[in-house]
Design a protein around this ligand. Structure first.
Ligand code: MG
Length: 393
């Protein structure tokens, strides 16, 4: 065993927000507090994606058809999902996670693994860190997060599920067997309905039952999965927590229904793509220095061209100007007249900050002001409402 942290070898924390979408709706409209709130498709064929605990008490669960939920909970408040808001809250929660560990692996908008190796040094133990994280998420966002702590991912995720709602459960290395063995086999990672039935036929109902069978026997009965189940039933899982890789580029591409032929058509498409890329850069608060263009011709020959600019950019005008020049070069290198099937524009060599506003004010005051206004229009009317006609001339 390697070095221990408060008696734990490399503790893993699994954090899972309680009734995330429904809870965000309650924060948006505090009058909904204490009421059965159900987020999901509101049409007759819709499905529930999130339900407050008040709604769950009436039997509503996620993935249930909304029509069934309406019968169980006729006075519930049914809302369509607001993914912009969930994305914003998820980002804030992620910032809190990042302040507790340098190794955060997000699984969804509302859950993540944290590798606490080294992180617990400043705390009396993993539990103290877990409680501090729960308080900080609540303080920063108003959201409730449940936390599982365990020696590995499999156990940490099980622990957070058992901690819900609004709880923390720590499975220390010496309590793994006592926690795990009474649980049903369906709690083993990877065991669906069919495998559960198969195990049942072998007389194996609990995880403890599975742990008592020699691994070789399980392997004979279930193939490679048998080996995995034997390891999990013994409480071991060697999958590491993997931090999500930093973004390398921001791009947009389009395959056209009809091949593009004229310069004007190509310029129009490049402008649309450049505009999409710059708007993504700005909403992420980042910028980039290299502009890349991808051109695929009707015969599927694909060319890429790139150019590094003297400084980082995040506005449409310089991205479009560079993309247009690169694309012209790519097309000129072909002997025959072009039929363009696909175009892509991306920006790489990303910097963590927006392009310096002072510099862009000196060089191109019109762009920054105009594009702030365009972002505003896009927020109101969506992407397609905006065309940058002036840039084409
Ligand atoms: Mg959740």
């Amino acid at each position: 065993m390697t070095a221990t942290e408060g008696g734990w070898p490399t503790p893993v924390l699994h954090a899972d927000l309680d009734a995330f979408y429904a809870s965000v709706e309650v924060i948006k409209d505090p009058a909904l507090a204490g009421k059965p709130v159900i987020v999901g498709g509101t049409s007759s064929r819709g499905v529930v994606t999130s339900a407050s605990y008040e709604a769950r008490r009436m039997g509503v669960t996620s993935a249930m058809p909304t029509s069934r939920a309406r019968r169980l909970c006729p006075y519930g408040i049914y809302l369509p999902p607001d993914f912009d808001a969930y994305g914003r809250y998820s980002k804030q929660v992620r910032e809190v996670f990042d302040s507790f560990s340098p190794v955060v692996e997000p699984l969804a908008l509302d859950e993540a693994f944290l590798d606490l190796r080294g992180a617990t040094r400043m705390w009396p133990g993993p539990e103290a860190l877990g409680e501090a994280l729960r308080r900080e998420v609540k303080r920063a966002t108003g959201l409730v997060v449940s936390v599982g702590l365990a020696p590995n991912k499999f156990l940490a995720k099980l622990a957070s599920r058992h901690a819900k709602p609004d709880g923390l459960l720590a499975i220390s290395p010496d309590s793994v067997t006592a926690f795990l063995h009474p649980l049903p086999v369906s709690d083993l990672w990877g065991v669906g309905e069919r495998t559960a039935e198969l195990l049942e036929r072998l007389g194996l109902r609990t995880i403890g039952d599975v742990a008592a069978v020699p691994a070789a026997t399980l392997q004979r009965a279930l193939g490679t999965m048998g080996g995995q189940l034997a390891r999990l039933a013994a409480g071991s899982d060697s999958r590491p927590v993997i931090a999500d890789p930093p973004r390398k580029s921001v791009g947009a591409e389009e395959t056209f229904e009809r091949d593009l032929v004229t310069d004007a058509e190509i310029a129009q498409a490049l402008l649309r793509l450049s505009d999409r890329v710059s708007s993504r850069l700005r909403s992420a608060g980042i910028s980039g220095q290299t502009v890349n263009v991808k051109v695929r011709f009707a015969n599927f020959v694909t060319l890429t061209r790139a150019k590094t600019l003297p400084r980082e950019v995040d506005s449409t005008a310089p991205i479009f100007a560079t993309a247009k020049a690169l694309c012209a070069k790519a097309i000129d290198s072909r002997s025959t007249s072009p039929r363009v099937r696909l175009l892509g524009v991306s920006v790489s060599q990303l910097g963590e900050w927006p392009a310096s506003e002072q510099i862009s004010l000196e060089d191109e005051p019109r762009w920054s002001a105009a594009e702030g206004a365009l972002d505003e229009i896009r927020r109101k009317f969506g992407d397609t409402a905006v065309t940058l006609g002036t840039l084409l001339s």
